[in-house]
Design a protein around this ligand. Structure first.
Ligand code: AMP
Length: 399
């Protein structure tokens, strides 16, 4: 069985999954887990496999050591790299800039190109590079493939991709919309035509990826024509802890009048805003529990979130001209019945009718939740970015 190892590296953490890319999307991965607190005095490796969870605690100086500890733990449980056939390693890379529209096999040259993009993603790309280098050290004979979070949005038309700011400054500093969560938007949007019985070449759709981070895309015949995240993943709809779109003048105000530093404002907008900034919680299960207690801050956070979401859905309906499907995915989108109902409430005049019973069914797989008479089909399609990355990795490794 040809397996792919999928890695998502952060600056001090490394998430991994060992996946059979030919498996059904509902199958759990063969193994998954997390390396935490890399470079700190104490670290931990967690491995989940066969329904069990194993943890090893020890200092982990770097990503390569973390990965070798993962492999030792896998070997103890019969799924080490010498016991199974890992044919490719897929790396999630956050920023591909204008350089990458497609996944690529990683060479020294490619790695240098990813390095060149660090100014666009100063927190994410360095961590991704360290993870790639660590994994290549441990698995030197296996092809490594980079899959870019921005790739699917490389084809955005200029009117959607460019901001109306000074063109010289924008060009000199790479200021434009890149979009993120591309692997998820692509994976989900590719499944929709078959689910609604349409030709992919004639399907216009909106995908709502609502997780802790959240983004919406408009997809016209398989190609993204707009998306809510921008030059950075801070833009767009309200998120768990991120503000989404705000008046850029707020940044100047907070700096000049409130005396906040740029780093403080960065933290405020990325980590202390969004649903959490209004209600104190970012998990929608907690938010719902607070709403049920009639907590006014929770209601306000929910209403702001839904208002924003509806504005984006409405603008993409106009951008697409005709909409065949609206699909919800990711943690909130797949599980939160109320968010889906509120997002599309009272839109019958636009041919959008959610069926309350279908909407309330548990998250067991891809499904239609609109009524049979709804002109616009509404769906829930669970995302699986790791499986998408695994499939790309094995496909490119075989070429
Ligand atoms: P993600 O970023 O896609 O992993 O989504 C994580 C978020 O999904 C969490 O912060 C929760 O807000 C939300 N979530 C997960 N499970 C549920 C659920 N059963 N009901 C409502 N929201 C959920």
């Amino acid at each position: 069985m040809a397996l792919a190892l999928v890695l998502n590296s952060g600056s001090s953490s490394l998430k991994f999954q060992l996946i059979d890319p030919s498996a059904d999307a509902t199958q759990p991965p063969l193994a998954s887990g997390l390396v935490e607190q890399i470079g700190e005095p104490s670290g931990a490796v967690t491995l989940k496999t066969g329904g069990e969870k194993y943890t090893v605690s020890a200092p982990i100086p770097d990503h390569a050591v973390g990965l070798s500890m993962v492999f030792d733990l896998m070997t103890e449980h019969g799924i080490g790299p010498s016991q199974v056939e890992i044919t490719a390693v897929g790396h999630r890379v956050v920023h591909g800039g204008l350089l990458f529209s497609q996944p690529v096999v990683i060479t020294d040259e490619i790695l240098n190109m990813v390095r060149d993009l660090i100014p666009l993603a100063p927190l994410h790309n360095p961590a991704n590079i360290v993870g790639i280098e660590g994994a290549m050290e441990i698995l030197p004979d296996v092809p490594h493939v980079a899959v870019f979070d921005t790739g699917f949005f490389h084809s955005l038309p200029p009117a959607a991709a460019l901001y109306a700011i000074n063109a010289e400054v924008a060009a000199a500093h790479g200021v434009r919309r890149y979009g993120f969560h591309g692997t998820s938007h692509e994976y989900v949007s590719q499944q929709v035509p078959a689910l609604i019985g349409r030709d992919p070449e004639h399907t216009r759709q909106i995908v709502c990826h609502l997780g802790n981070g959240a983004s919406i895309s408009a997809v016209h015949n398989g190609k993204a024509i707009d998306t809510s995240m921008g030059m950075t993943p801070l833009a767009g709809i309200v998120m768990g802890t991120r503000s989404g779109d705000i008046d850029p003048g707020i940044v100047f105000h907070l700096h000049r009048s409130a005396g906040m530093s740029i780093d403080e404002i960065d933290t405020l907008l990325n980590k202390k805003s969004g649903v959490k900034g209004i209600s104190g919680v970012n998990d929608f299960r907690e938010l719902r529990a607070m709403i049920e207690q009639d907590n006014q801050d929770a209601w306000l956070a929910y209403n702001i979130y839904i208002h924003n979401l509806r504005k984006y859905i409405g603008s993409y309906m106009i951008a697409l001209g005709r909409v065949d499907a609206i699909t919800f995915t990711a943690g909130v989108g797949e599980n939160d019945v109320d968010v889906r109902a509120s997002a599309l409430q009272d839109l019958e005049v636009f041919g959008i009718e959610i069926d309350p019973e279908r909407n309330a069914l548990p998250n067991t797989g891809p499904r239609i939740i609109s009524t049979d008479s709804s002109k616009v089909k509404v769906l829930v399609v669970p995302t699986n970015e790791e499986l998408a990355i695994a499939r790309y990795a094995v496909q490119l490794a075989g070429e």
